[in-house]
Design a protein around this ligand. Structure first.
Ligand SMILES: Cc1ncc(COP(=O)(O)O)c(C=O)c1O
Length: 1014
């Protein structure tokens, strides 16, 4: 197979474009490389030479040729840099902007300028999840700020950073309530939460045993039917684990949260309140801690609007919180997601660290509280900055302004005939629903012609007692100018005649009981102060821009600036997901093309672009399998085979999908691949009870599962289905045809292979591709191209439902799309090939000094990553010097920080392993420097093992005392001052400029000083 030349023919820099980029790509060395592959032709030839191969195609010589794509991918040819910029700009211009009153599920508010500034801090936006606290204080402190700010606004002591979105947060709160209430899996849902949320909850709960009952809507009040509460039997009340209710409901009305919370309290039902933090500022709505006599138990919400514009619906920012006070300490350990705690380093410096990790999938596997891994972390960073810039006063003022706008429109409606407020009591401060005898669609279309997106038709959310009327909900915010409000009023006046007699004036003051009792104090900081502060925070992190970021399994490659620029274009970023179809053609085109391209990239028949992270992609896959089996009447298939070395999310996903007891571990053979005998035995045992198999390929040891096809065929013969965890697609994209491999579903982590930035832990994204059998079951909407060239969407005939209120993390789709335009059909296999070559080159250079894992693997060449370890002698030597075997590998990881690198992945999938993945983003020179450093680390291990005790030495803090941070949990503070900043002893940028031997010398010297050895 020819996989393209290796010539570095940088594509043109023609100036024929009308687009002006806000940066000069030529100033960024990686930005302008062809296919974003940094190695040039000479580098590639030399690396091939080192690994004993003639050309890139030989890297895949150990794989059955029938599995390789025999032809180019059905994708467009690569485009020049400026050509791509021009193209995405043109596509963004297919969207239409109007004055918008849509809001609804995704309110839209002004974001302060600091948000833009922080988005561009590459060391914050591109760095990894802060598992190495010594080199991640930047991210940890931004998340800490978010946690504290949310704590102050809501009164909740424990807020995590973060979950995907509000629906997912509600679902996680439900499972948490079930675990902690020790009642049944019956849940009471207020019908007044968003219908799309209910759909997501139903999709997620399928086959889990969770059953929903509904608290009905009262058609007269537009709120929950509180009378129904007294009609539940004792038996029902004894069974309900939780009640889910909104503070502001889907009709824009305030629910009686005191009554609902007290009802839960009285009946030992856990209360899950859905909130909007934006409304909780000074003078704002009552925080959930004040609901009823003792506050709600859990909160769920979304804060995307605090961080970014609508972005066609995502990434969102799921809020989840629980109480953690003297009365309630037990919930916290049952909750999902990440928490940051205050800590001390070993020398008593204040710092921050992730706490409570023993609940999470990477440690607890199927016993974890959730399968969530990558979450919406960077949005939490942005939301924190946004809140600090506005303070509680600023938030209060924003809502006040929106409320004044709402009042003006109410006054105008009062003087018109044929239109009235649908409800005149308990109206939220920023929304209102109107009732009209004109068809809502006619009114919306007329408004559109007048340059207005009128709002959302909510007629199907409630049956009103009045006949032949429809309801439209309008949302107001501080984005509306006086002119915008006047345009809306003029439009309404043009549609409806003036009332003959003066209608009774509706004057609204929100009842005191819905407002906060105790003041909230969250100071605002100036833009200047925050810029300086966040700028310094960024310097505490390391980015893939700085050099090789060797985290195995994470594919920390270069994230092009062009992608971020494209995602920020007005025609993408500022488009509301509920806008009319005619005005969202730009986003739909991106989604359609990317949907079709991923069919080509995987070789499979169908694609959903909805899942927002790898773990959610896995869940989509298993839910699809379940639906397929159900459709064939095979409801006993409840077992799933997963290799022991799989990522924690695989096990946690299977448990979350409804198989906590159905997970069967597959063992590995001495070649580091699935042991066929073991597999055959287990297949025979579970045969007609088998749902499917979940295999990572290449596997987590960086080895291609050459028996995958046989395993897939056997599973299919037994009636099961095959999921491929595609986290490692960077090794095989454009090379291996997954249809030939026998894959039924696969997720593609966009934040790995497809270059979206990792964001310090997310947002991720995962496009799922499926085989023909599963196409009709896909969740969400399929985008279709009509004959006239426009785009529309439809729901697959037997869809399993929905995993997101809208289109998933759309902003990330734009990034991946822009990347794919640059790569084209030739670039994708070239990117994978150079990623594999880079790994093999490093492996070749390091294997003689380090032991490698799996031991004795001779005929399984490494793909994109490999695992190093120490020999027994090395471990014994370290033990003699007081470094126990179980601490040696994590401590070696810390030595990487001393050389200006991030640590490799430690202790996964092998407890004593250092997993290294270089990606294709680095030149041979950079890889050689990395090799030099890893060899210097080996010298240190052998010659000066005591260095490991004090590593790292140049980071802002020393090793963190995680045990005590977990024992004495401190999850929030007041933010009366900005959290103090630690300082780099030597910055990563400076370290990369230093000679490796010099670093080694300094490290040894410092360790000697620390140990009192000199
Ligand atoms: C092999 C593997 N599978 C699954 C996942 C989960 O993906 P995500 O973090 O996007 O949920 C990861 C993430 O690190 C992974 O490495």
């Amino acid at each position: 197979m020819e996989i393209g030349n290796v010539i570095d023919k940088n594509t043109s820099t023609d100036n024929s474009t009308s687009v002006k980029l806000p940066f000069d790509p030529l100033e960024f060395p990686r930005e302008f490389r062809r296919h974003y592959v940094s190695a040039n032709e000479d580098d590639i030839c030399k690396m091939l030479d080192k690994v004993g191969l003639r050309d890139l195609s030989q890297l895949f010589g150990h794989i059955d040729p029938h599995l390789l794509f025999p032809h180019s991918l059905p994708l467009p040819e690569e485009k020049g840099y400026n050509e791509v910029a021009e193209k995405v700009f043109q596509i963004s211009n297919l969207s239409n902007h109007k004055i918008s009153f849509i809001g609804d599920q995704l309110p839209v508010w002004k974001t302060p300028p600091i948000v833009d500034f922080v988005s561009n801090l590459r060391n914050l936006s591109t760095s990894y999840t802060p598992y190495q606290p010594e080199r991640s204080q930047g991210t940890l402190i931004t998340h800490w700020i978010y946690q504290c700010a949310m704590s102050l606004l809501t009164g909740f002591e424990a807020i995590n950073t973060s979950l995907y979105d509000r629906s997912f947060a509600i679902y996680e709160a439900i499972t948490c309530a079930i675990r902690t209430s020790r009642k049944s899996s019956r849940i009471l849902l207020a019908s007044s939460i968003f219908p799309q949320e209910i759909q997501v909850l139903q999709t997620l709960s399928e086959e889990t045993g969770i059953k929903f009952d509904f608290l009905d809507l009262d058609h007269n009040t537009g709120r929950c039917n509180y009378g129904q509460l007294s009609s539940f039997s004792i038996e029902d009340l004894n069974q309900y684990s939780a009640l889910v209710y909104p503070q502001v409901n889907s009709l824009g009305l305030l629910e009686d949260v005191d009554l609902l919370t007290d009802f839960c309290d009285d009946n030992r039902i856990r209360s899950i309140a859905c909130i909007d933090p934006f409304l909780l500022g000074e003078g704002g709505l009552k925080p959930p801690v004040e609901f009823g006599r003792s506050g709600a138990d859990f909160i769920a919400g979304d804060a995307q609007h605090l961080a970014i514009p609508p972005n066609f619906g995502g990434p969102g920012l799921g809020i989840f919180g629980c109480r953690h006070n003297d009365e309630n300490k037990s919930d916290l350990r049952n909750t999902p997601g990440r928490y940051i705690g205050q800590a001390k380093d070993l020398n008593g410096r204040d710092c921050h660290v992730m706490v409570l990790s023993t609940r999470e999938q990477h440690i607890r596997k199927e016993k974890a509280t959730s399968n969530v891994c990558s979450n919406q972390a960077f949005l939490a960073t942005l939301a924190g900055a946004s809140i600090l810039s506005q303070g509680s006063k600023g938030l209060g003022e924003a809502v006040e302004l929106a409320n004044r706008n709402q009042q003006k429109v109410i006054d105008a409606i009062d003087s018109l005939e044929g239109i009235e407020l649908a409800y005149t009591e308990n109206i939220s401060p920023t929304e209102l629903s109107i009732l009209t005898d004109k068809p809502a669609s006619t009114l919306q279309n007329n408004a559109r012609a007048a340059g207005i997106h009128l709002g959302v038709n909510i007629s199907d959310r409630i049956k009103t007692p009045k006949k032949n009327v429809e309801l439209i909900k309008l949302s107001f915010s501080n984005l509306h100018s006086e002119e915008n409000i006047n345009s809306l009023i003029s439009f309404l006046q043009s549609e409806f005649s003036s009332a003959l007699s003066e209608n009774s004036k509706n004057s609204f003051r929100i009842d005191e009981k819905y407002l906060r009792r105790k003041p909230v104090t969250l100071p605002a900081y100036s833009d200047e102060e925050l810029r300086e502060y966040f700028g310094k925070l960024a310097e505490l992190n390391v980015s893939p821009d700085d050099g090789c970021y060797p985290l195995g399994s994470c594919t920390m490659k270069y994230n092009p600036l062009l992608n971020d620029w494209a995602a920020g274009l007005k025609g993408f970023a500022e488009i509301h997901p509920q806008a009319p179809k005619e005005d969202i053609q730009g986003p739909l085109k991106v989604l359609h093309e990317i949907q079709e391209w991923f069919k080509g990239i995987t070789g499979l028949s169908g694609v959903t672009t909805q899942p927002v992270a790898g773990a959610q992609g896995e869940l989509v896959g298993i839910k699809l399998f379940q639906a397929y089996h159900r459709s064939r009447g095979e409801t006993k298939r409840k077992f799933i085979l997963i290799p022991r070395s799989a990522h924690g999310t695989n096990f946690a996903t299977a448990a979350m999908a409804g198989y906590p007891d159905g997970i069967v571990y597959l063992e590995a053979n001495d070649q580091g691949k699935i042991d066929l005998q073991d597999f055959i035995g287990k297949l025979a045992k579970y045969g007609d009870r088998l749902c499917g198999v979940m295999i990572t390929n290449p596997n987590t040891s960086g080895i291609f599962e050459t028996d995958f096809k046989k395993i897939a065929d056997d599973v299919h013969r037994a009636g099961g289905l095959v999921y491929m965890d595609g986290a490692n697609m960077n090794a095989i994209a454009g090379i291996i045809n997954l249809a030939e491999l026998g894959v039924d579903a696969v997720h593609n982590n966009l934040h790995k292979t497809w270059t979206i930035p990792h964001g310090g832990g997310g947002p991720g994204d995962a496009i799922v591709a499926v085989s023909e059998k599963l196409v009709d079951f896909l969740p969400g909407k399929q985008i279709i191209k009509l004959k006239d060239g426009s785009y529309d969407f439809e729901i697959p005939s037997r869809s399993i439902g929905s995993f997101h209120r809208n289109w998933g993390n759309f902003g990330h789709k734009v990034r991946a799309y822009t990347y794919l335009l640059r790569l084209g059909q030739e670039g994708i296999p070239r990117m994978s090939s150079v990623a594999v070559l880079s790994a093999r080159y490093l492996f070749e250079k390091l294997k003689n000094r380090y032991q490698t894992l799996p031991i004795d693997v001779s005929n399984s060449p490494r793909m994109h990553e490999f695992i190093l370890t120490l020999s027994d002698d090395d471990f014994s030597n370290l033990e003699i010097h007081g470094i126990p075997k179980n601490q040696a590998i994590p401590q070696i990881g810390k030595l990487f920080l001393d050389f200006g690198f991030h640590a490799p992945t430690v202790a996964f999938p092998e407890v004593f392993g250092l997993m290294i993945e270089p990606t294709e983003s680095y030149t041979k020179k950079e890889l050689d420097r990395f090799v030099e450093a890893v060899l210097a680390i080996k010298d240190i291990i052998e010659e000066a093992p005591y260095v490991l005790k004090t590593a790292p030495h140049f980071t802002p803090i020393d090793r963190v005392d995680e045990v005590s941070a977990n024992r004495n949990l401190r999850l929030h503070e007041t933010l009366n001052r900005l959290p103090p900043l630690p300082h780099n002893r030597i910055s990563p940028a400076e370290l990369t400029r230093l000679d490796v031997n010099e670093i080694k010398r300094r490290v040894i010297q410092l360790a000697k000083n620390n140990q009192g050895l000199i």
